[in-house]
Design a protein around this ligand. Structure first.
Ligand code: 9J3
Length: 292
């Protein structure tokens, strides 16, 4: 009897250990470029809602493999280059990504929301346009919006207005005074910075998160000591620089959120909603979620 108990104990601990080890491998894989080579182009038919855009996509060796799409808006006085790292990261992990330049650098979140919806629709059309590099490669059902600051406000507004056309939203240090997003009905991941002096998290991102309804999957991750630009590309422009490097952490949660809610790949659920690794907890000032 005793040896049987020992055996069960050993068996269970090894299963747990193997799970933990597998999880650790999984975590590291999402913190660097993924398995796909990345291609990029910008010569698609123009639309009126934004100025231009870079489209990043995975180069697949599998015929007719389809990918979900993500449209991303930069913030106030920012350009697509300020978020380019997301294009590379997400494309390398199997998403088609359109990062846009707004018509004017000062466009308000309402205008950025329309630009994001137009961006999603460009990705859909590129999937059927004969001369497009993406022809046959886009799953038109699996679309998400992201954005930084006023672009994050735009992503939240787009999710609220056009949720039936979208599967997920990821606002990054979102900016929208008095933003009430209680009508959003798609999974929403909010990333914020503890020492954001531009879109103060207690005034913007956190109340945005709190305004989301209680019956959707939602998560709020606030980066300890993080400024307004933690989720931006480091471009050398002094005004727009991340003050600390947390791209491994926010990139991993972003990919996992999209794998789970765009691709519906349940194997990513533990990476989103499982126990947060100790090394993450040390880098986070506030964290809340509802799994649903
Ligand atoms: O997009 C943003 O970075 C919002 C910053 C901001 O304070 O806008 C005020 C006009």
């Amino acid at each position: 009897m005793k040896s049987k108990t020992n055996f069960i104990f050993l068996f269970l601990t090894s299963v747990l250990w193997i799970n933990a080890a597998a999880q650790e491998i999984h975590i590291r894989q999402l913190e660097e470029l993924g398995p796909y080579q990345i291609e990029r182009y910008n010569d698609f038919p123009t639309v009126s809602q934004f100025a231009n855009a870079d489209i990043y996509y995975p180069k697949s060796k599998i015929q007719n493999q389809q990918f979900g799409g993500v449209a991303i808006s930069p913030g106030f006085r920012e350009k697509k280059e300020n978020l380019s790292w997301w294009g590379e990261l997400l494309a390398s992990h199997g998403f088609a990504v359109l990062i846009l330049d707004t018509n004017t650098l000062n466009d308000l979140p309402e205008i950025r929301a329309e630009a994001l919806l137009a961006g999603v629709n460009v990705l859909r059309s590129e999937g059927t346009r004969k001369a497009s590099p993406l022809v046959g490669m886009i799953n038109p059902e699996n679309m998400a919006v992201m954005g930084h600051s006023m672009g994050g406000g735009g992503a939240l507004l787009a999710a609220q207005l056009y949720g039936e056309q979208l599967k997920a939203a990821i606002p990054l240090t979102s900016w929208q005074p008095d933003g009430d997003f209680s009508k959003i009905n798609i999974p929403t991941l909010a990333i914020a910075g503890e020492v954001d002096r531009i879109a103060v998290s207690d005034v913007h991102a956190f109340p945005h998160y709190l305004s989301l309804p209680g019956n959707i999957a939602k998560m709020y991750i606030e980066i300890k000591d993080g400024n307004h630009f933690i989720a931006n590309t480091s471009t050398g422009q002094d005004r727009l620089q991340p003050n600390i490097d947390v791209h491994d952490l926010v990139g991993r949660y972003g990919i996992a959120w999209l794998k789970l809610f765009l691709d519906r790949d349940e194997s990513y659920r533990p990476l989103v909603f499982g126990d947060m690794p100790e090394k993450d907890i040390a880098r986070i000032s506030r964290w809340e979620f509802l799994e649903n």
